[in-house]
Design a protein around this ligand. Structure first.
Ligand code: ADP
Ligand code: MG
Length: 269
């Protein structure tokens, strides 16, 4: 069988696509047989690895692609960079620990959750992103169609599950119970990143049930890192820069302050 045919049968697509270049390079560098073979196989492996990342990125259903490198930590001094670096090392995923990101709208909760998710995908983990709304739609539908068990299994499979925007919509009692079942399933098996605009004290209201909220928090926080972002909205900063909001008042001369005065106009974020 010819070389081309063998590459095709063995599905060495990446090597096949770059065969001429690899051979030319090997000739130019006068590589010995073993080194050449290693180079050729490395090229195939790299291509497959990259394709795997792209496939897992698609399966993760991130709303957009953001990285930690794109995050401006100077803008958000309440965030501990060392802690973020530690999380980016992904040992929390390995150990099935959780991350909870709390803070008001626009401070970068979703950005950080996605960025950690992208890191996890690049490291070879399976990741799934859901807004709380889409999660509830999926669970509700599964329950109505009598396939809740299968759906809970699917949601337990990803090594990292990101649940974004807990707290914007209050949950019904049935929804809160479904959420609890999911948390129980994943407990100590797979990691969760949960983002919320509500402090833990308000979770009783979110779940419409204080006892259930306590049971959920108990499992969620048993092995967890909580990031409490206290800063200003990055969206507002961008609007301000675009001139859509007034400039912050200059700091009082007798009492210099680097904090921007509160002069946010009522508006929908
Ligand atoms: P939240 O989820 O807390 O409401 P987002 O993560 O959606 O906020 O952030 C709003 C927008 O601002 C996004 O486009 C995000 O990428 C950007 N953003 C927020 N904080 C920062 C930051 N510190 N550096 C760079 N971009 C940021
Ligand atoms: Mg968000």
């Amino acid at each position: 069988m010819e070389l081309e045919g063998l590459l095709e049968k063995l599905k060495l697509d990446h090597l096949q696509a770059q065969l001429d270049a690899v051979c030319e390079q090997a000739a130019a560098q006068e590589l010995d047989y073993k080194t050449f073979l290693a180079e050729a196989l490395r090229l195939e492996w790299q291509g497959r690895f990259q394709r795997g990342i792209e496939a897992r990125l698609r399966q993760s259903r991130f709303p957009w692609n953001k990285t930690l490198e794109q995050f401006d930590f100077d803008f958000q001094p309440s965030l501990d960079r060392r802690q973020m670096r530690e999380l980016a090392g992904l040992s929390f995923v390995e150990r099935a620990h959780n991350v909870v990101i709390l803070g008001p709208p626009g401070v970068g909760k979703t950005h950080l959750a996605v960025a950690l998710g992208v890191k996890a995908v690049e490291a070879g983990y399976s990741v799934l992103f859901h807004s709380l709304e889409s999660l509830m739609t999926r669970l509700n539908r599964a329950q109505h169609e009598n396939r809740l068990e299968a759906t809970l299994k699917q949601l337990t499979y990803p090594k990292l599950l990101i649940l974004d925007e807990l707290g914007y919509l209050p949950l019904s009692h049935t929804e809160a119970s479904l959420f609890f079942r999911l948390i129980v399933r994943r407990y100590e098996r797979g990691s969760l990143i949960v983002t919320s605009n509500k402090s833990f004290l308000d979770w009783g209201e979110v779940f419409n049930d204080q006892v259930l909220a306590t049971a959920i928090l108990d499992r969620l926080l048993h092995h967890a890192t909580t990031l409490n972002i206290k800063g200003e909205s990055y969206r507002l900063k961008e609007k301000r820069r675009a001139g859509l909001l007034g400039r912050p008042k200059p700091a009082d001369e007798t009492e210099p302050s680097r904090d921007e005065p509160e002069e946010v106009m009522p508006m929908t974020l």
